[in-house]
Write a protein that binds this ligand. Structure first.
Ligand SMILES: C[S@@+](CC[C@H](N)C(=O)[O-])C[C@H]1O[C@@H](n2cnc3c(N)ncnc32)[C@H](O)[C@@H]1O
Length: 284
């Protein structure tokens, strides 16, 4: 298995890409011996699928950790998501949220995103007002395409039925009003998208689980350009991805902790579960 995986380009040797490709082609993921046998027997097809497709996991649950920051900005908002995948994180105003044991907030028919909190998280009373939304991705996925949605479903890790339900609910929300997504590199497109924001709305450039796919130089280019743009910048990424943000953390993050750092305009505000299930606010 490892020898086969070693034959892939480094960027494609991702466990979730392998698992997703096996599921996409109808292989078993419940039992390791059966999985290994299937992978070795079907490697040429699997290899092709792993080169053709990308890790584009779109996790609407992340909106639960973005919400306290979005709701604290001057309303209404114009959201520009870079690395948007199918754009499911562009609908924070259409989902319903349950923070700890508090009464839920958000539209009654929205999918429920549960989030445990620690520290003084400024839990909003109502979702933000979003008047415009757009995204950019190297390969935008289309919520109206059955094949694209199937790939998104395959990217949910095996054994996580709750995430799968949440994804399907979010796809239903997005299909009712599909997002405006531009194909291209975020560094080439972001400025143009910000320039299209309607007057009176606060531009918010945001991203989660994206910058790890860029080289350090491309990340620097993005950060420098974004700091010059009007509006605000929300980042939700692994700590090592943006060292300038991580350097401002009030305390070091234990090495074993799988967490993202949520920041506003380069200032870290919270540590967040990478799929949005919890958040810990860092500052008073
Ligand atoms: C792991 S997904 C995250 C999707 C979404 N932000 C979320 O949190 O659910 C990363 C996405 O970033 C996109 N991406 C990676 N590098 C990019 C680049 N240079 N420009 C635009 N999109 C990029 C990928 O195509 C993929 O859809």
């Amino acid at each position: 298995m490892l020898a086969l995986i070693d034959g892939l380009p480094v960027a494609r040797r991702q466990p979730n890409l392998l698992l997703a490709a096996v599921r996409f082609l109808g292989g078993p993921v419940e039992d390791y011996p059966a999985f290994r046998e299937w992978v070795t027997a079907h490697w040429p097809r699997l290899h092709t699928t792993m080169l053709e497709r990308r890790t584009q996991t779109n996790e609407p649950g992340r909106c639960a950790t973005l919400l306290p920051v979005l709701a604290g900005l001057p309303q209404p908002l114009a959201l520009i998501e870079v690395g948007a995948s199918a754009g499911l994180c562009l609908y924070p105003d259409r989902y319903r949220y349950r923070y700890d044991d508090l009464p839920p907030l958000g539209p009654a028919d929205g999918p429920v995103l549960a989030c445990r909190t620690a520290g003084p998280v400024p839990i909003p009373e109502r979702p933000p007002s979003v008047v415009w939304r757009a995204g950019v991705d190297l390969n935008p996925l289309d919520v109206r395409s059955a094949q694209d949605v199937r790939w998104l479903e395959c990217l949910v890790w095996p054994g996580q039925p709750d995430r799968l339900d949440r994804l399907r609910e979010a796809v239903r929300v997005a299909r009712a009003d599909p997002p405006f997504l531009v194909r291209g590199d975020l560094n080439r497109i972001v400025r143009d998208l910000v320039s299209r924001v309607p007057s009176g709305a606060t531009p918010v450039v945001m991203h989660s689980a994206v910058l790890a796919y860029l080289s350090p130089e491309e990340r620097d280019t993005f950060v420098t350009a974004t700091r010059d743009l009007p509006g605000h910048w929300i980042s939700n990424e692994a700590p090592h991805v943006l060292p300038s943000v991580a350097a401002r953390l009030p305390r070091p993050i234990p090495r074993h902790r799988a967490t993202f750092v949520l920041s506003l305009d380069g200032h870290p505000l919270a540590l967040t579960d990478p799929h949005g299930g919890s958040m810990e606010w860092l500052t008073p």
